[in-house]
Design a protein around this ligand. Structure first.
Ligand code: AMP
Length: 140
């Protein structure tokens, strides 16, 4: 464990200062200290879970309820015409802090916000049925 592992838990507990925008029993939200754009906000569970799939259902539900409200508030306050919600899992996916966090990132006409780079590929239609079945089996 490093200091970074517990940074967001300590922010949610008020031990480290932040620009808080929302909190309830399970959820805490605050301004990102290095924003991609004005209003860039982080939404976290109070208790540390490293990745999305680790979240207890009750906490996931609380995050799901809070996210649209917080997004609406960010957009209302900033006037940004668009926004992205980003959530990274694993270092290879860009997760620097091992505590689940959703980024709400306003996108402005000047281009500030999440850079749009979407190198889409073509679905492998031969492998798709088996892939879909294998994923679906894990959800039953
Ligand atoms: P990620 O790369 O998805 O793990 O994002 C981590 C985010 O946490 C980055 O956008 C950082 O700017 C942000 N961050 C790191 N430390 C702080 C802090 N003390 N207060 C607010 N945001 C922070």
């Amino acid at each position: 464990m490093t200091d970074l592992d517990h940074l967001f838990e300590r922010i949610a507990a008020g031990e480290i200062p932040s620009y808080r925008v929302f909190e309830d029993e399970h959820v805490f939200a605050f301004l990102d200290i290095n924003p991609l754009s004005r209003g860039h906000t982080l939404v976290i569970p109070r208790r540390r879970c490293e990745r999305l799939e680790d979240l207890p259902g009750e906490v996931a539900a609380a995050l799901g309820r809070a996210l649209p409200r917080i997004a609406a508030a960010v957009i209302g306050a900033t006037g940004a015409p668009a926004y992205n919600v980003l959530q990274n899992n694993g270092r290879a996916a860009g997760q620097a802090i091992p505590h689940v966090h959703f980024h709400i990132i306003p996108k402005y006409p000047d281009g500030s916000g999440l850079p749009h780079h979407w190198p889409a590929r073509t679905l492998d239609r031969d492998g798709a049925p088996e892939l879909a079945r294998t994923i679906a089996e894990r959800l039953t």
